[in-house]
Design a protein around this ligand. Sequence first.
Ligand code: AVI
Length: 472
Amino acid sequence: MLATTQRAAPPLQPQEAPRLVRSAFAADVVAGLSAREKTLPAKYFYDAAGSELFEAICRTPEYYPTRVETALLHRVAPEIAAGIPEGAVLVEFGSGASDKTRVILDAAPQIAAYVPIDISEDALEKAAAAVSRDYPGLLVVCVAEDFTDAIRLPAAAQGRIKVGFFPGSTIGNFTDAEALRFLRAVKRQLGDDSVLLIGADLVKDEATLVAAYDDAEGMTARFNKNLLARINRELSGDFDLGAFDHLAFWNAALTRMEMHLISRANQIVHAAQHTFEFKAGERLHTENSHKFTTESFAELAARAGWSVTREWISPAPEFAIFSLAPGGAHTHFISTAGRTSAMETKSIKLPGPDHPITIEPNPGRVTVSVAGRIIADTRSALTLSEAGYAAVQYIPQKDVDMTLLKPTDHHTYCPYKGDCSYYSIPLGAERSVNAVWTYEAPYAAVAAIKDHVAFYADRVDAIDEQQESKKE
Ligand code: AVI
């Protein structure tokens, strides 16, 4: 159900548009190349050629963020969807091809309307038409504006709970002030009962980061130099692309990847009717890509009036999806005696090579005894092996005498498995306090242990495993 496209202002006359765009671009180029430390805003990377080069970067083996974020979204979409209310409107900032959006839309059919916001009107309308075709019940209303501007959401969004979506770690390309301004503006637009989902790349080892911004195929170098090519194309520039080298490095002090172009020689360049002098070795700073820790991101969010309520972190190379809710204070979740409240942050991690988890059916018989009595007896136990820990037998609750267990108010949290509840076994007295645990709603990666319990070996008499002899 494609409705309308909302534009920033009445449509420009065809001959007016290029002049206006050029003048803003020209002004920024002249200002940036005249500065003592030459710089250009990264947003100018994305003309048609630059957008294609960015897509090519995303396909390189070294540039992990797009691939890792998409895989993470697929894995956690059911959990994200569980936090989206019926009839919500999904508002995407810088929607591009709306690829990642589809993962959310597939998992959350309760979303009633989709508002993609993107400056590139052609790409926006094409992507929106495709979404509209593929999700027939969804109302799609495009907003063709720069998403960093103050945007008035369309009427279709009024009166509905809004879920903001800002994937891709584009927040990392902002300065601290820009990120705060953006997050505060989004809070005003989405309202007090909204949710904001943000994808952000995390700090990691330098080699992985540098390779991602200096791929062997040279796609990122071409992307970087396309800025000069664009100046040549649009502002009558005479940059010699061969006279500049691509440079990408990790700035540890400012926790960001930086991209620069280095002049290979002393040279004079003309653009936008101005003349600029480059010394040999002089740098033109083209992009910052800030990387976050869960703490630094939560702090940024809090300064903008948001609280991180959940966070999902991929296996290495680590990338995070944060779910934010309006609210000033944030509490970082560690483990509490009580239940987690809505405003506490839960870090959700997915098993991977750095923290493997496997769950296998145990082919044998498992029994658990306490005070001389068998309280669990099963042939359907699941053996869960996790990272460096001893394997644990998870026993179906139907094979446990649950009447002998007493729930306690002890609760812990595992970022890989979820909230954990405990039982004592009165038969075992002091020794069997909090002897049994269960994950009532385990995270998707370990869903198989739902409705199972596990026992601490030292709080019961024995956990016996007998291999069943094969029937001839
Ligand atoms: C769009 N943005 C999040 C990318 C990034 O990683 O900062 C742009 C990019 N620059 C170099 N490679 C990709």
